[in-house]
Design a protein around this ligand. Structure first.
Ligand code: DMJ
Length: 452
């Protein structure tokens, strides 16, 4: 009898807590536990990399083999991971990463590389490493890489080619996209600020502004553009892959450099995003695909990559829209216990079922928590982190998933797991001063750059 009455008292207390709109507390102890769990996961993944893939770009977490992107490794994992180790206070791991980078990294490779990926992971990682560690060798490596990448901008429009040979400077693939064109601004701009050489800033600014100047009459950009002629090859418009971080860099470049041209371009662009791309559903707001000229919907594809837009909108001051979109992001996550790569909110169905350890949903939680201190985002983040640590862990590290409906794993562990996913997973449960958003701006790969 006593047990039954206790049960009713408990239910009563929960109900009255909800009636008073007070959700349960997320205690300091819970935060500390989450930080411990994330640190342990970082150490586990790094241990696997060291044991089975030391010196390679990435670890293949199922077969326990090294993965090298091109002819020769460029140490993607150590470079992407270094600042995460520093922020998490993992000194031994930070030293190991630093030593291999300074001893082995060499960009004199006769190989075509993708300008965007090399910039956000390596140039970005090296610049942050320099700002954190002050060892000039990091900056020299960044400057060497910057010089090797510069010929990509030699086009009539100033928009870069997608690929460049790091040794010969030969360029290829003139069909590029706003994300890969625009997401060079923070890294090249920072390189200019740190070296005193303006060529990088100027080239990257010309490129991103060239995309902006090719916007349609309704202020949207398309998905693929010819960098020689400036003609749009695909007029699909959205905030997903191929466009996403172009918008991110318009706003963040304004925050980082205080250059008003970026702010103006962001203001115009974000109004168009809100007018044409946002669709309001019961499960939250999400972004559709439209034609850049007409604004007419072409598909209602959303997904793991698009999830960044909530965080970006929160960061730029629109908390209301951000909260609505994060509701959809979380719905997409909890429906399967991990988000799929692509999801259709209108039909409530998966379009593409894989999960490659992406950070964007957690990233948005991080910004929303920092800016609102609403503890629902701590609970959301806990759920996502717990799910990743449970479903993706392997003996040697963490693996991507072939499908979020079966949890079958695939043999891939991208370096952005260290640079972004683990970093956001930790920071959301850490004190604000571990990373002060008034002092730094995080790049698209979550490398913090100091605002000067
Ligand atoms: C990262 O390399 C960057 O965040 C990029 O802008 C998008 N894709 C991955 C993470 O999903």
């Amino acid at each position: 009898m006593k047990k039954i009455s206790n049960f009713f008292i408990f239910i009563f207390l929960i109900q009255s807590a909800f009636a008073q709109n007070t959700s349960p507390a997320f205690t300091e102890k819970m935060k500390a536990e989450m930080r411990t769990n994330v640190k342990e996961a970082v150490k586990h993944a790094w241990k696997g990399y060291k044991q089975y893939a030391w010196g390679a770009d990435d670890l293949k977490p199922l077969t326990k083999e090294p993965e090298v992107w091109y002819k020769q490794s460029m140490l993607m994992t150590p470079v992407d991971a270094f600042d995460t180790f520093v922020l998490l206070g993992l000194k031994e791991e930070a030293n190991e990463a630093k030593n291999i980078i300074l001893q082995k990294l060499d960009f004199n490779i006769n190989q075509d590389v993708q300008v965007f990926e090399i910039t956000i992971r390596l140039l970005g990682g090296l610049l942050t490493a320099y700002e954190l560690d002050r060892n000039k060798k990091f900056l020299n490596l960044a400057d060497d890489l910057g010089k090797r990448l510069m010929p990509c901008f030699n086009t009539p429009t100033g928009m870069p080619y997608r690929y460049i040979n790091l040794q010969t400077g030969a360029i290829r693939d003139s069909a590029n996209n706003p994300a890969e064109i625009g997401t060079l601004m923070m890294e090249f701009g920072k390189l200019s600020k740190l070296t005193g050489n303006p060529i990088y800033y100027n080239a990257a600014k010309k490129a991103i502004m060239a995309v902006y100047n090719k916007r349609s009459q309704i202020n949207l950009v398309g998905e693929v553009i010819d960098v020689n002629t400036g003609t749009w090859i695909s007029t699909q418009s959205h905030v997903s892959g191929y466009i996403d971080s172009y918008y991110e860099y318009l706003y963040k470049s304004w925050k980082l450099f205080g250059d008003k041209d970026f702010k103006n371009a962001w203001d115009v662009s974000v109004n168009a995003i809100k007018k044409y791309l946002i669709s309001k559903q019961n499960n939250g707001w999400f972004c559709i695909h439209v034609d850049m000229n007409t604004g007419i919907e072409t598909s209602s594809t959303y997904g793991a990559l698009d999830a960044f837009i909530a965080g970006l909108l929160a960061y730029s001051g629109d908390i209301k829209t951000a909260k609505e979109i994060q509701k959809a992001n979380y719905y997409m996550w909890t429906k399967f216990n991990i988000e799929p790569e692509e999801f259709n909110f209108k039909t409530d169905s998966i379009l593409s079922a894989y999960y490659v350890l992406r950070p964007e949903n957690l990233e948005s939680c991080f910004y929303l928590y920092r800016l609102t201190k609403d503890k629902q985002y701590l609970f959301m983040a806990k759920r996502m982190v717990d799910d990743i640590l449970t479903h993706c862990r392997t003996e040697a590290g963490f693996a991507s998933l072939k499908s979020v409906t079966t949890f079958e794993k695939i043999n891939s562990m991208h370096s952005f797991l260290f640079a972004e996913t683990f970093k956001y997973a930790y920071l959301i449960f850490a004190q604000d001063n571990v990373l002060d958003l008034k002092k730094v701006v995080l790049t698209t790969e979550a490398h913090p750059f100091k605002i000067k």
